[in-house]
Ligand binder design. Structure first.
Ligand code: FAD
Length: 814
């Protein structure tokens, strides 16, 4: 055991590939007093037995950036540290056995190009030419990524550990963290045990890199790290005569991946029904362990593989391997500062891609720790996206059965998780179901995404083409555009900011002006000090000393924590009141008429103009109506305490029947907001998107003296914009957009769509995305010819900065 200091700047808990990478990157950044503690030996958890596939393409631009970085880092690590990593750029091929899968992988290829990853779409014959052992019966097409690689996971981790030590980090094996001592929102020290010896080390911060132990280590530190171990299987054959270096091969339709290594073939599986493991805890002596074989479970994969790769029929099986790996509820890993504490960082739950992710995750986390802010948008993996309930072990057990298999499932647009559902229900849940609501899930909330007609199957029938709800959404949108529609928005996060300093605090945290009359609503962003958007919220002044901050469902915790961390000496109390109120949105030209039929209140422009709220009587109950819209129509969001929600729904539903009101879902809302050019946080606007480049300068009031991000806004006004968020509409009504499609300007790819969908009212697919435009006028930019790359075909697109629907907002203020 290395001699341990009494104090560390940072204690990294866990010596798998992730902990080693975090230590490596912090040490490279010049951090002193970096200490990594590993309870057994380095890599003895999950890392040692990984298959070693190192791909570059992920589902989003920034996740791809991180995976690409890993691949580049590993390419140089051997030279830097002298440890052989076995890293080779062997390339990879993914084949499609169905037309639907072909569309998926070809769309991914387009995305890869937009993200700067080398890729080729290849025919079955070209697949065969690159992979002679493959039986190409049923193969529809493939994609080839020439720079994807493979490596030796344990040695990659050991090389990172050596690099960390070379730069001054202490790496101690056989040293278990047994307790984490806290005071308020900060960890003060960790207690350790090593070969019977015990001690305590004070520290400025910790990083939980404990892999499948991450949940338990999180609990020690008072933070929620939702993950669960699952069994993951592969076999390795005996040496096969004549087998030489091959690209990594994935056949997702048969749940299989293949890797040639030293003349042997490794066949691994991501089967649809996975086996969760260690429900009662991981055995204390776990070290380089494997789990019992389960041949019955693996057999269907092997059977298909023998057909697909006939040489396997002759090859003997040398190893049947079953090892545990941790899976998270949404198949994305956890990175960042834990919301519950101010000095506990997390990098855990790597869903079978920890080797390929480790380099990038370590780089991003260390930069975040060093600068105290995210280096770029990490929303896909930021641990603050997790909801408190997701730490529930029974939930994790149920969900983890599905997440492993989802890695190779068809990733259809709008695909919903099938397991661990029904946990957060709004007060209208049963009403929606009774009326044909088809539920989707977000942050645990069940939300009606669309409404089935009578006699129609109230369930998703997934496809990459027009799906079974296409017409339903079109009709829902037509109701909102021409009459009135009602949808449930109870999943909104609702945070009360109350106290003597409420106005001063809001004026510091947000870009808007909150010195407004009681009842006024202010649409707002919380900015970081680079002018990037940390939150996109609507703030209503409820009284002299109280504001209601309404956030998207998935970001309630993150937004609340952002406020708490910036509270300083402001005398305010910040409280989550999400579950206390139901919310129904009534939107459309007849929404005023509908409300007037159920309430004696005055909904005129004089009493309740756009951007104001008022308390009303409704039916025999009470509510508060906010005159705002996310769909671009005259409308109100009706907030009522949960006890009266059923009554208000029934009252509105009955009154709406007389005027042809339609119940609507989230897919309608998404289509409508894109037609109107409204941004969606997490896609179109993130912490790395400057508020002016996002086209939201109107919401920022720089004549206020001091708020977070003010200087960055003023600076950008001086410097000029480097990019702009542009609206697109395809000129051909047929193709569909889902987001991430490349944007082509005058023949060259310049970016990708941050949002995409179908504008049923406009009659074509629409989207938006950033286009670089440094030094250009708007006229220069829009004079270009734009196309969107849909599955390799360039489709002409109209482009404008203004929304395609009602650019002057004439319909909203009537
Ligand atoms: C069969 C299989 C094949 C895989 N193939 C691939 C692949 O091809 N490509 C890919 O990218 N990924 C692959 N993976 C996934 C990859 O192996 C993991 O994502 C990765 O190893 C996770 O690394 P980690 O550092 O988070 O966890 P681990 O390697 O488990 O490290 C966590 C460490 O924390 C230590 N620890 C726990 N508690 C404490 C404590 N209290 N005090 C001190 N130390 C503690 C543990 O002992 C352990 O060593 C595969 C996984 C499996 C199971």
């Amino acid at each position: 055991m290395a001699t341990l200091p009494n104090h560390a700047r940072v204690v990294i808990i866990g010596g798998g590939v992730i902990g080693c990478s975090v230590a490596y990157h912090l040490a490279k950044l010049g951090w002193k007093d970096v200490v990594l503690l590993e309870r057994k030996q380095l890599t003895s958890g999950t890392t040692w037995h990984a298959a070693g596939l190192i791909a570059q393409l992920r589902a989003t631009a920034n996740m791809t950036k991180l995976a690409k970085y890993s691949q580049e880092l590993y390419g140089n690590l051997e030279e830097e540290t002298g440890v052989a990593t076995g890293f080779k750029r062997v390339g990879s091929i993914t084949v499609a056995l169905t037309e639907e899968r072909k569309e998926e992988i070809f769309r991914q290829a387009g995305m890869a190009r937009a993200f700067g990853v080398a890729v080729e779409e290849i025919s079955p014959d070209e697949v065969k030419a690159r992979y002679e052992h493959l039986n190409i019966d049923g193969v529809k097409a493939g994609v080839y990524l020439p720079l994807d690689g493979q490596g030796d996971p344990a040695n990659i981790a050991l090389a990172l550990a050596k690099g960390a030590r070379m730069n001054g980090a202490v790496v101690a094996e056989r040293t278990k963290v047994t307790k984490i001592n806290k005071s308020g929102r900060r960890v003060q020290s960790v207690a350790w045990e090593a070969n019977g010896e015990t001690g305590t080390m004070t520290c400025d911060m910790i990083v939980n890199c404990a892999g499948m132990w991450g949940h338990e280590v999180g609990r020690m530190a008072g933070v929620n790290v939702p993950l669960h171990a699952c069994e993951h299987f592969y076999i390795v054959t005996e040496a096969i005569k004549g087998l030489t270096q091959m690209p990594v091969l994935r056949v997702p339709d048969e749940c299989a991946y293949y890797k040639e290594d030293a003349g042997k073939m490794l066949l691994g599986a991501f089967e649809p029904n996975a086996k969760p493991w260690a429900m009662k805890g991981i055995p204390e002596d776990f070290e380089f362990d494997q789990l019992p074989e389960d041949f019955d479970h693996f057999e269907p994969i092997l059977e298909a593989a023998v057909e697909r790769m006939p040489m396997l029929a002759e090859a003997g099986i040398h190893t049947f391997f079953n090892g545990p790996e941790s899976f998270t509820p949404d198949d994305a890993y956890h990175l960042g500062l834990a919301p519950e504490m101010d000095n506990v960082w997390v990098a855990a739950g790597f869903n079978s891609i920890g080797i390929q992710s480790a380099g990038g995750a370590g780089m991003a986390l260390s930069q975040w720790m060093d600068a105290g802010q995210k280096p770029f948008d990490l929303g896909d993996v930021d641990i603050s996206r997790m909801q408190p309930f997701q730490g529930n072990k029974t939930y994790l057990f149920e969900r983890s059965k599905e997440t492993l298999g989802l890695l190779y499932a068809d990733h259809y647009p709008y695909r919903q998780k099938a397991t661990a559902r029904g946990i957060r229900r709004t007060p209208f849940h049963q009403h929606l179901l009774e009326n044909g609501g088809v539920m989707g899930e977000l942050a645990g909330w069940e939300r009606a995404n669309w409404f089935a007609d009578e006699g129609q199957n109230p369930a998703y029938e997934y496809s990459w083409k027009r799906q079974n709800f296409f017409g339903n959404v079109a009709r829902e949108l037509a109701a909102v555009r021409t009459n009135v529609g009602m949808y449930d928005m109870s999943s909104f996060g609702k945070i009360r900011v109350e106290g003597h300093d409420a106005m001063a605090f809001m004026n510091y945290i947000g870009g808007g002006d909150y010195d407004v009359a009681v009842g006024k609503i202010v649409y707002t962003q919380f900015l970081n000090n680079r002018g990037g958007i940390e939150a996109d919220v609507t703030v209503t002044r409820l009284s002299e000393t109280c504001y209601l901050v309404v956030t998207p469902a998935a970001t309630r915790l993150a937004d609340q924590v952002w406020m708490q961390r910036n509270q300083g000496d402001f005398n305010v109390v910040i409280t989550d009141v999400t579950a206390g109120e139901g919310v129904l949105a009534v939107m459309g030209p007849n929404s005023r008429k509908l409300l007037e039929s159920v309430s004696p209140a005055d909904f005129s422009n004089n009493t309740n103009p756009f951007g104001t709220a008022q308390e009303i009587e409704i039916g025999m109950g009470l509510a508060r109506v906010h005159r705002v819209t996310y769909v671009g129509e005259l409308g109100w969001e009706i907030y009522m305490s949960s006890d009266m929600a059923g009554h208000v729904f029934e009252t509105l539903h009955a009154a709406g029947r007389d005027i042809g009101m339609k119940l609507c879902g989230m897919h309608m809302m998404d289509a409508a907001r894109m037609e109107k050019g409204f941004r969606h946080f997490g896609h179109d606007i993130t912490c790395e998107d400057h508020v002016l480049e996002a086209g939201l300068g109107f919401a920022v009031k720089t004549d206020k003296p001091d708020f977070i991000g003010r200087d960055a806004v003023l600076r950008k006004r001086d410097e000029g914009l480097s990019q702009r968020l542009v609206q697109f509409k395809l000129t051909d009504p047929e193709p569909l957009l889902y987001h991430n499609e490349p944007i082509v300007r005058d023949g060259a790819t310049v970016g990708f769509l941050s949002s995409g969908g179908y504008g049923h009212h406009l009659g074509a697919a629409i989207g938006m995305g950033y286009v670089p435009c440094k030094g250009e006028t708007v006229a220069d930019l829009l004079a270009s010819s734009f196309e969107i790359d849909v599955m390799g075909t360039r489709v002409k697109a109209e482009a404008q900065l203004k929304p395609f629907y009602d650019p002057k907002s004439e319909r909203v203020k009537v």
